[in-house]
Design a protein around this ligand. Structure first.
Ligand code: ATP
Length: 323
């Protein structure tokens, strides 16, 4: 079997007490488009920097195209294109001049370089603006120039940090289509990071959901959406009646994992369960003649993530608090 394009094993980065990336195990197949997803501060950029050899792991290891980025950063940089979230260009220079500069840095000169640059500008839809200064470009145009810039060296892996952030919807569609084309036509492996799954989901073959430095879910978007439908639930419940009987009723619920007193009020409880035990809870209390005063689904971190990212995939009414 072909070696994966990117592998990480127990990859960890600590900044003092803060664990930015916590024992990450990941494998990216050759030619796939992989989305590293998570809210701001989840550790996505730190992971990318470790893959590029721009920061050293505290623990664990990474291999990019079989290379250790810590030991062979130059080779990794030669074969991996990187588009940071804020792409830096010489603003007074034109798009073409900026690409020429990158080409020269990569040992490409003369006619071959000019031809390649023209073709890249064409591919990213910037032929008409090629000779305008970059300071006149929109954010979307800069992003597309960033992709062209990363493609100058014809990389086997393309890494993009938040490629769709701060771009208007039309620009987002163009950037995603470009990523798809790069993957298809060049067979490049693409790793993109985003905090907006709903934007990038259509383009990703697989995604990993990252929260506080840990990978909390990994798979195809449809698989994860299906799994999110049965994500664990935490309920805040208030019941009028004998606490011992209330506890007995709550503990008998299907999929129940924990039942705890809230502490602030003897009538209040917190129930954690697999699936959604709310219909069973309402029935069980009614059967015992106990009065349900309050029932609310708590927004757990993971749950909130799923709800935000997989809103469209959620069955109607699922996950909503019942009051
Ligand atoms: P964002 O999209 O906001 O960049 P992210 O998922 O890429 O989010 P990282 O930038 O990797 O997250 O940051 C992960 C955590 O590590 C954050 O809490 C951040 O404050 C912290 N962090 C990142 N770089 C450093 C650094 N050089 N020194 C100290 N802490 C850092």
């Amino acid at each position: 079997m072909e070696e994966p394009a990117v592998v990480t094993r127990g990859l960890t980065k600590r900044y003092g007490d803060l664990v930015a990336v916590d024992h990450l195990d990941l494998e990216l197949h050759r030619g796939e488009i992989f989305g590293l997803l998570g809210p701001n501060g989840a550790g996505k950029t730190t992971t990318i920097l470790m893959l590029l050899g721009l920061t050293e792991p505290t623990e664990g290891e990474a291999r990019v195209l079989g290379l250790d980025p810590t030991r062979r950063p130059l080779e990794v940089k030669r074969r991996v294109g990187y588009v940071p979230d804020a792409v830096g260009f010489y603003d007074q220079m034109t798009g073409r001049q900026n690409l020429r500069f990158t080409a020269r840095l990569n040992g490409l000169n003369g006619f071959a370089a000019e031809e390649r640059i023209a073709s890249l500008l064409e591919q990213v839809g910037l032929s008409d603006a090629a000779d305008d200064p970059v300071e006149t470009y929109s954010r979307g145009m800069r992003q597309r120039l960033g992709i062209a810039d990363a493609l100058v060296k014809d990389p086997e892996v393309l890494i993009l940090d938040e490629p769709t952030v701060a771009i208007d919807p039309e620009g987002v569609a163009e950037v995603l289509e470009l990523i798809r084309r790069v993957s298809r036509e060049r067979g490049a492996t693409v790793l993109l990071s985003s905090h907006l799954l709903h934007q990038v989901r259509t383009v990703c073959d697989r995604v990993g959901i990252f929260a506080a430095g840990r990978l909390v879910a990994l798979g195809r978007v449809d698989e994860l959406a299906a799994r999110a439908g049965v994500a664990a639930t935490t309920l805040e419940v208030a019941v009028d009646g004998d606490p011992a009987r209330v506890e007995e009723a709550l503990r008998a619920l299907p999929g129940v994992r924990a039942v705890e007193r809230d502490g602030r009020d003897p009538r209040r409880w917190v129930v954690a369960a697999d699936g959604d035990p709310r219909p069973a809870l309402v029935r069980a209390l009614a059967e015992r003649g106990l009065v349900l005063l309050h029932l609310e689904r708590r927004e757990e971190e993971l749950d909130a993530l799923y709800r935000r990212y997989f809103r469209e995939a959620e069955p109607a009414g699922a996950g909503r608090g019942t009051r």
